[in-house]
Design a protein. Sequence first.
Length: 123
Amino acid sequence: MPLAYLLDEHLRQGPVWTAIQSHNSRGFYRIDVTQVGDPGDLPLGSADQDILRWAEREQRILVSDDRSTLPEHLAQHLASGRRSPGIFTITQHVRPLRVVAFLEAAAYASDAYEWRDAIWYIP
């Protein structure tokens, strides 16, 4: 089963979202992604801790460009005995099409356990 993703609020409706939608419109190797603010129980403005709990419950890897607060919040999340499907962090100058290629490859050519409880940087 392919991996599923949660796009952080800071990426909402931006170039990465647009690139994912364009990719999915082609119909091959669709990327299963939802955005913070779309589910009723994960509104815009949700705290990182709430986002991490939601992602854990729904088994969705968080995709974010937040390199400043997420590492600390993930450490706290794990220290409290919780788990995380993982976090993919977008680096500053990565192109949206590269993000899409990475997400597609990870979704269809890896297993969820490979990404668990860690932050991975999309090159």
